[in-house]
Design a protein around this ligand. Structure first.
Ligand code: ATP
Ligand code: MG
Length: 438
């Protein structure tokens, strides 16, 4: 056999037996967002490198260390998207969506690419669900986007996810703060990591988000933005808190949250769990009032969040929340002989047209082997189709759970099978209604 090729480090396959979990997560998230007026946007996997440099910010870890950047055959520098906001803003501008009634609300499920050290909850290809709300300056918008994530966690039945919020002010009040930060970090400049030394003058706030333990230690005693925010930013932050309180969403103010990307202003937040190891931030987001303008668009105060789906799934498994069951095949038709195989193809296709998952033999196997296969697939019903059944025009549908057999007329198979399935569903309901009475 030829040598096999394995997957790239930091990537994961979703196997056929697990994909229903992903489908459930994605569907639930998109449905939740739609309750708040969000519509799905789909943007390309790669974009011009400039787009991410300008929007994510060239002093961030993402741009400095983590991007998958390459020249294509035409010599253009392209980058695999490390996140979804940049592409969404580009899409908004390119299609003039901001001319529509504001706010424009877009959501997405997408793969992201970051060259990071692979570990539990940290991959090189990972997936995010995100929302972007363009053109909404008021604090009610901040509270509402937080509510979307909160609502989704609640729908999944998740508990103990802590919401931490902070305000990192606006460019005006931040100028004073950045000076105070520089002063603080200059004192320990020699101990900072090389990347942070370069950040000291250009963007000292990035040092607060550095993952190096020494920088973290120096950052722990740094001045806090919350002590420097201006009256407008403070009032805005108070507005966010009041509305969260009104919606019954609890939070902690954590003055150390700054978020990893450059574009944030005012509100920043994270949903954090302690149950999935060191990479506990399941969702992060905030306001980015200047981003759209910086990307060449109008002044359009906007905000959003992104949720890491691998981390969400890890948390769901850690807490043992229920997933809806994967759909099982309803009927397996067991053909015995060539004529039966042709008839099985016909009957299965008729059943599928009515929405039943109907399977049949594709390997020319005998009765025993087919039944074994059907059992493995956990099918609801089987129907053995041989020459006798074909000439009689009748066959037995066997309920695999109860062993009960029901005769059906083959030329009316779909309708009669439908009745069998409905009756058994009805019986199951009666049982559960009776159970309720006990
Ligand atoms: P972290 O501090 O964990 O690196 P971040 O600030 O880089 O996170 P964001 O850019 O805000 O993360 O992305 C939003 C969410 O996407 C994160 O909260 C996390 O759940 C998820 N995420 C980010 N990077 C990865 C990764 N490499 N692998 C898996 N999930 C990730
Ligand atoms: Mg990161």
């Amino acid at each position: 056999m030829a040598k096999t090729i394995s997957a790239i480090r930091g990537t994961q396959d979703v196997l056929p037996g697990e994909s229903y979990q992903w489908q459930y997560i994605e569907k639930t998230l998109l449905e939740t967002a739609s309750l708040y007026g969000y519509k799905e946007v789909r943007v390309p996997v790669f974009e011009q490198t400039d787009l991410f440099q300008r929007s994510v910010g060239d002093t961030t870890d993402v741009v400095q260390k983590e991007m998958y950047t390459f020249d294509d055959k035409g010599g253009r520098s392209l980058t695999l998207r490390p996140e979804g906001t940049a592409g969404s803003v580009r899409c908004l501008l390119e299609h003039g969506l901001y001319n529509e009634a504001l706010p424009v609300k877009a959501c997405y499920v997408l793969s992201c690419y970051r060259y990071e050290k692979p570990q539990a909850g940290r991959l090189r290809e990972f997936h995010q669900f995100g929302i972007e709300c363009f053109g909404a300056p008021e604090s009610s918008a901040d509270a509402e986007i937080i509510a979307v994530a909160h609502h989704a966690f609640e729908r999944f039945g998740l508990k103990n996810i802590h919401l931490e919020i902070n305000s990192i002010g606006c460019p005006e009040c931040r100028a004073k703060y950045l000076e105070a930060l520089r002063e603080h970090f200059r004192k320990s400049e020699a101990d900072l990591c090389e990347t942070c030394k370069g950040r000291l003058e250009r963007n000292p706030m990035r040092i607060l988000d550095c993952k190096s333990p020494i920088c973290g230690e120096i950052a722990a005693t740094a001045p806090k933005m919350i002590d420097y925010i201006c009256d407008d930013c403070r009032a805005h932050f108070e507005g966010v808190k009041t509305k969260l309180d009104a919606m019954g969403i609890s939070y902690t103010v954590n003055p150390t949250i700054v978020r990893g990307l450059d574009y944030y202003t005012r509100t920043v937040f994270e949903f954090v769990s302690t149950e999935i190891g060191a990479q506990g931030t399941v969702c992060g987001g905030g306001r980015y009032d200047g981003l759209v303008e910086e990307m060449g668009g109008p002044h359009l105060p906007s905000l959003g969040f992104a949720m890491g789906l691998e981390r969400l799934l890890m948390l769901m498994k850690a807490q043992g929340v229920p997933f809806p069951e994967d759909k099982k095949p309803e009927l397996y038709v067991v053909p015995m002989g060539d004529a039966a195989q042709i008839a099985a193809a016909k009957y299965c296709e008729q059943l599928r047209r009515e929405g039943f998952a109907a399977l049949t033999d594709l390997n020319g196997r005998g009765l025993k082997a087919q039944m074994k296969y059907a059992n493995k697939l956990n099918v609801g019903y089987t129907l053995v189709l041989g020459d006798d059944e074909l000439s009689a025009g009748k066959a037995n549908v066997k309920n695999m759970a109860t062993g009960e057999q029901t005769q059906v007329a083959l030329d009316n198979l779909t309708e009669e099978f439908y009745k069998i399935v409905m009756e058994s569903a009805f019986d199951a309901m009666e049982v559960s209604v009776n159970d309720l009475g006990k």
